[in-house]
Design a protein around this ligand. Structure first.
Ligand SMILES: NC(=O)c1ccc[n+]([C@@H]2O[C@H](COP(=O)([O-])OP(=O)(O)OC[C@H]3O[C@@H](n4cnc5c(N)ncnc54)[C@H](OP(=O)(O)O)[C@@H]3O)[C@@H](O)[C@H]2O)c1
Length: 313
């Protein structure tokens, strides 16, 4: 198949391009910079230079490619560790999730593309009520911390745009926290570095649940949903073990050979890192991968972060 990949040079894209080529697909790989085009060409993709926020450029790129499937793996989160100003840090990502998705969907309709697969996120967006682990039908937070309102609205908008897409089969892949090579939780990632330097404490109860996704499993989720005519809708592509912050953070420190993380009270966490960070550490919910397993037959290559943190960074 001919596949149009927006975000080909990113953390997921870099794992996805070789996997798609190996499966015999033709990959038209979008990047903003001509400098990255040579690298994409060298691995066997067909680069096209366009900015996702430039509607005409996206229309031209997609119409030139006439792909059967479009994949949206664009974010702008490198260095995103300032949780106090969450929406500010996510501002460009939010535009990629709203405007960027609209441009790709319009282009898909114009080019006769059958299917569009887009990246979303799961965990803290859930309503902070009921049990610790949620499925795709569970409501999202109607009253998120102030600093996360725009980001949650952008996630909702992306999921609504793709889920209700007229004339295009829409697939939303909700990933958990990424880890593995090329991510902020890779061997030399910025979050890993904070843990090594004991700068990421467990806040308050540490009861907030996180779901994790190894970057190879993020790519695997795309491969499992690629076929036109296949299942559509929202799928949580996460591992089998949503975990309390009080459990996964010390395990990560141990896997890195770092000292155990500090513990700080919620009020101090709020002062230093803001409401959103405290909520994520104390109250966020994890996600179940049951739908992806039963409907897609997808299984994670890294079923638990326990092993992944030790061997998969
Ligand atoms: N997903 C989350 O919610 C989340 C949250 C916090 C942290 N993180 C961490 O953030 C890291 C991801 O970094 P990242 O966000 O910089 O993503 P990335 O996956 O490293 O790369 C972003 C991709 O999006 C493309 N892109 C960005 N803006 C674009 C635009 N305007 N037009 C076209 N393409 C565009 C880039 O293409 P070109 O540069 O080639 O143009 C690139 O391929 C991961 O390590 C993850 O662990 C993720």
């Amino acid at each position: 198949m001919r596949i149009f990949l927006a975000g080909a040079t990113g953390a997921v894209g870099q794992r996805l391009v070789p996997a798609l080529l190996e499966d015999g697909h033709e990959v038209v790989a979008m990047t903003r910079t001509a400098a990255k085009a040579d690298g994409l060409r060298a691995v066997g993709a067909l680069p096209v230079v366009a900015d996702a926020l430039d509607r005409e450029a996206v229309m031209g790129a997609v119409l030139g490619a006439e792909p059967e499937v479009i994949i949206h793996q664009m974010t702008a989160l490198t260095g995103a560790t300032d949780m106090k100003h969450f929406d500010r840090v996510f501002a460009t990502t939010n535009r990629l999730r709203t405007e960027g998705t609209r441009h790709l969907l319009d282009a898909a309709r114009a080019a006769g593309t059958r299917r569009l697969i887009a990246q979303s996120f799961t965990g803290w967006p859930f309503a902070r009520e009921g049990g610790p682990v949620k499925d795709e039908k569970a409501p999202l937070d109607s009253d998120p911390p102030r600093a996360q309102r725009e980001t949650l609205a952008a996630i909702r908008e992306l999921e609504a745009l793709v889920g209700d897409a007229d004339g295009v089969e829409g697939v939303v892949l909700r990933y958990g926290g990424f880890y593995g090579p090329g991510t902020s939780l890779g061997a030399d990632g910025e979050v890993t570095e904070l843990v090594r330097r004991r700068r990421l404490p467990v806040v308050g109860s540490g009861d907030g649940r996180w779901s994790f996704t190894h970057i190879d499993d993020a790519a695997g989720g795309v491969l499992a949903t690629l076929a036109p005519g296949g299942p559509t809708g929202v799928f949580a592509i996460v591992d089998d073990e949503p975990a309390r912050t009080a459990d996964w953070l010390p395990a990560l420190a141990s896997a890195l050979g770092a000292p155990a993380p500090r513990r700080v009270p919620a009020w101090l966490g709020r002062l230093a890192a803001g409401d959103a960070a405290v909520t994520m550490m104390t109250a966020s919910r994890g996600a179940s991968n049951e739908r992806a397993r039963s409907v897609l037959g997808w299984t994670p290559r890294w079923p638990t972060w326990r092993e992944g943190f030790r061997e998969g960074l």
